[in-house]
Design a protein around this ligand. Structure first.
Ligand code: FNR
Length: 362
C-alpha cells in the first residue's frame, strides 16, 4: 500500500507527526474555543453541488485572471508567517512551488526569508501582505521595498489590531519567530509578565497599530502605485466601505479563525459580500479550503479565487517544496474533477445555480 498522502487531511497528519508540538499547535490552532475554526470547514459541508449532465466536458480549462495576472487555476497561496518553522528552506521552497503551479503567492510580512530573498529565488507572481505598525515609517519602507522587488500588489491585513487569543500558544509559551523583513528596522521589547499571553502575542500587541482605520487606506494609496487588496472582510457593511475607499480587491477572511472566535465561517459570509460589491472589484476568499469541491462552491457563490493557508504549510512540513507542489496539484486535480462531473468546462461556467446552501446530509 502506498504511504503517499492522497488528500490535504493526510498531509496534515504527516505534518503533525513531523513537527514539534509547539509548532503544529501554532499552525493548526485557532482562537479561544475554535468554534469558527471548525465552522470554516463545516460551512462548506452544508453546501451541495447541483451538477448538470450531458455537457461536453472533454476539455476543462481552470485558468483565470486575477488583477490582470493569468494563473493556471483559481487557487492562490495565502500569506502565512514563518515557513522555516515547517521546513528549512521556508518561503523559498513555497515560492518555487507556487511558480511551478503557475499561481500567485502572497508573501507574509512575517516571512522567515526576506522579501528580497524570495524575489530572487523564483519567478512566481508575488503579492506582499502588509501589517501596519505604530511605526508607520517602517510600514512605508516595507511597501516601497515590495514595489522595488517586483511584488505586484499589497494585501493589507486589517483584522489584526491585536492578536486573537490562541490558547495552545499561551500554554506552549509560543516564541515570536524572527521576522527577516524587519531586521534592522524594528526592535520591540517582548516579554510575558504573566501566564496570560505568548511571546508572539506580546510582539504583535507592542508593534501593530490598533488605531488603523478606513481613512488610512488613503495613506496607503499615497505611498504606493500598486493595487491594494484588503484582507479580513466578513460583512457587507465593510465590503461597501472597502469599495468606497477605492481598494482594488477584497479578501473574505477570518484569518483562518485565529482572531475573533464566533466570527462567521468565510464561505457563509461570501454571498452577502459579493452582492454588496456588485462586481466593482474582485472578491477572493480564504479559510477552510481543503478540497476541490470547496473551491467549486466558493466560485459558485461569487469568489474569483480562493487562497489556501494551512494546507501549504502542511505540505511544506511533510515533504518540503515537493509537498507544496503536491498540495497545489491535488487541489487543482480535485477542482478539475468537480468541474467535469458538474458540467462546467470553464471557470465562468460555474454559476450560483450550481450550488444550494444550508442543505444537510443526515
Ligand atoms: C496565518 N494567516 C496570516 N495572515 C496574514 O495576513 N498574515 C500572516 O502573517 C498570517 N500568518 C498566518 C500563520 C499561520 C500559521 C496561519 C495558519 C495563518 C492567515 C492566512 O493568511 C489565511 O487567512 C488562513 O490561513 C486561511 O485559512 P486556512 O486555509 O488556513 O484554513
Amino acid at each position: 500500500m502506498s504511504t503517499e498522502p492522497v488528500n490535504v487531511d493526510e498531509f496534515e497528519e504527516l505534518a503533525r507527526q513531523a513537527l514539534p508540538r509547539m509548532y503544529y499547535d501554532y499552525i493548526a490552532g485557532g482562537a479561544e474555543d475554535q468554534h469558527t475554526l471548525r465552522q470554516n470547514i463545516q460551512a462548506f459541508c452544508r453546501i451541495t453541488i447541483q451538477p448538470r449532465i450531458l455537457v461536453d466536458v472533454s476539455k476543462i480549462d481552470m485558468s483565470t485572471t486575477i488583477l490582470g495576472y493569468r494563473i493556471s487555476a483559481p487557487i492562490m497561496v495565502a500569506p502565512t508567517g514563518s515557513h522555516k518553522l515547517a521546513y528549512h528552506e521556508g518561503e523559498l521552497a513555497t515560492a518555487r512551488a507556487a511558480a511551478a503551479a503557475k499561481t500567485i503567492m502572497v508573501l507574509s510580512l512575517a516571512s522567515s526569508y526576506s522579501m528580497e530573498e524570495v524575489a530572487s529565488s523564483c519567478n512566481a507572481i508575488r503579492f506582499f501582505q502588509l501589517y501596519v505598525f505604530k511605526r508607520r515609517d517602517v510600514s512605508t519602507l516595507l511597501v516601497q521595498r515590495a514595489e522595488r522587488f517586483g511584488y505586484k500588489a499589497i494585501v493589507l491585513t486589517a483584522d489584526t489590531p491585536r492578536l486573537g487569543r490562541r490558547e495552545a500558544d499561551i500554554k506552549n509559551k509560543m516564541i515570536a519567530p524572527p521576522q527577516k523583513n524587519l531586521e534592522g528596522l524594528l526592535s520591540v521589547k517582548v516579554e510575558v509578565e504573566s501566564d496570560q499571553g505568548s511571546l508572539l502575542e506580546s510582539f504583535v500587541n507592542e508593534a501593530f497599530d490598533p488605531s488603523l482605520c478606513w481613512k488610512d487606506v488613503a495613506w496607503l494609496k499615497s505611498i504606493t502605485s500598486l493595487p491594494i487588496l484588503i484582507k479580513g472582510i466578513l460583512t457587507h457593511e465593510d465590503a461597501i466601505k472597502a469599495v468606497e475607499v477605492g481598494v482594488d480587491g477584497i479578501i473574505v477572511s477570518n484569518h483562518g479563525a485565529r482572531q475573533l472566535d464566533f466570527s462567521p465561517a468565510t464561505v457563509s459570509a461570501l454571498e452577502e459580500i459579493v452582492h454588496a460589491v456588485k462586481g466593482k472589484v474582485p472578491v477572493l476568499l480564504d479559510g477552510g479550503v481543503r478540497r476541490g469541491t470547496d473551491i467549486f462552491k466558493a466560485l459558485a457563490l461569487g469568489a474569483q479565487a480562493v487562497l489556501v493557508g494551512r494546507p501549504i504549510i502542511y505540505g511544506l512540513a511533510a515533504k518540503g517544496e515537493r509537498g507544496v507542489r503536491t498540495v497545489l496539484e491535488m487541489l487543482k486535480n480535485e477542482l478539475e474533477i468537480s468541474m467535469t462531473l458538474s458540467g462546467c468546462p470553464c471557470i465562468k461556467d460555474i454559476t450560483r445555480s450550481h450550488v444550494r446552501t444550508n442543505t444537510h446530509y443526515d
